[in-house]
Design a protein around this ligand. Structure first.
Ligand code: AMP
Length: 296
């Protein structure tokens, strides 16, 4: 005899529900809230890897229901950047999200997010200044716009972001606070490959040879963090990181900088928690990474 319950696949193997409109998203989230459930949001651009899935698992710990969004956001890419070739795999993403325990996938179209006549922008300062803000000047305005929309659309109690994009996390914390958006913003440490390379959808752009060289970025940052924590002079340490990653085959280096861990203001001495952040090109991939630097 097969009971209905026994015939149902376990929760993790059930196909994930997908919504594509704000109305459908809100209907589901409101129903959960009416039932007294808390809701977490995990915004992503898809091509999901274990770093994204760690955010989903953290979100499950923080809330009763988890919504993941997959949306490659055109407003955060400059015309010469990789919007068109950014990897997309909704079927694969959906399966991974289901097995990580996600409850709902929100995958809006570009038209639904930015309808004809869309004319609004958000200007961000503070932690958005310098670092990636200098080399990708449109990025954080685009991130602020889409994440604000996602917050207003989903109305989550908590949202989870990765420290892999540390400056982005600080920018999101700041505008959520500045705009009084009632959401708790949680950060999760970077999930790495066994050799230390930060997991990233853009690692797919690396050739086998570039992939083998890429972990040197993290190794150089970790050694530099140890030296800085031990009181070494910042300018020389940062210069040593640049030389080391250049020797490893990185091409153009956008930045290697030491910043305050909370405000992201430049610092030269580690007297309170700091962050060492870098962005550099390996072939066609712009890789970013960052590590904490704690005072001795
Ligand atoms: P993305 O899809 O690259 O826009 O990233 C979506 C979210 O996943 C952001 O909050 C990222 O910081 C986070 N994320 C991406 N890679 C990692 C990683 N290796 N470890 C932790 N979080 C990550």
């Amino acid at each position: 005899m097969t009971s209905l319950a026994a015939a149902r696949p376990p929760e993790s193997e059930q196909p994930l529900s997908v919504v594509r409109s704000v109305d459908d998203l809100r209907a589901q989230v409101s129903a959960w809230h009416r039932d007294g459930k808390t809701v977490a949001l995990v915004p992503t651009m898809g091509a999901l890897h274990d770093g994204h899935l760690a955010l989903v698992r953290r979100a499950r710990e923080l809330a009763d229901r988890v919504v993941a969004s997959v949306f490659v956001n055109p407003t955060q890419f400059a015309p010469h950047e990789d919007f068109d070739r950014y990897p997309r795999d909704e079927a694969g993403d959906s399966g991974k999200l289901a097995s990580a325990g996600c409850h709902l996938l929100y995958a809006p179209t570009v038209r639904a997010m930015y309808p004809e006549g869309f004319a609004t922008a958000i200007s961000v300062g503070g932690p958005a200044e310098g670092l990636c803000g200098t080399f990708r000047p449109q990025m954080f305005g685009g991130v602020a716009l889409v994440v604000t929309k996602l917050f207003l659309q989903a109305q989550p109690d908590v949202a989870v972001f990765g420290e892999k994009d540390y400056q982005q996390l600080m920018v999101i914390r700041r505008f959520a606070r500045d705009l009084d958006i009632p959401v708790r913003v949680e950060g999760l440490p970077t999930v790495r490959e066994a050799d230390g390379l930060a997991m990233s959808s853009r690692n797919a752009y690396l050739s086998a040879d570039e992939r083998a060289r890429a972990p040197e970025l993290n190794r150089a940052l970790r050694d530099a963090a140890t030296a800085l924590a031990g009181g070494a002079e910042a300018t020389a340490v940062l210069e040593a990181v640049r030389a080391r990653i250049t020797a490893a085959g990185f091409g153009s280096i956008d930045y290697v900088e030491l910043r305050d861990a909370d405000t992201l203001e430049p610092v030269t001495r580690v007297e309170r928690p700091a962050r060492l952040l870098a962005a550099a090109w390996m072939g066609k991939a712009r890789l970013i990474d960052n590590v904490p630097v704690l005072p001795a």
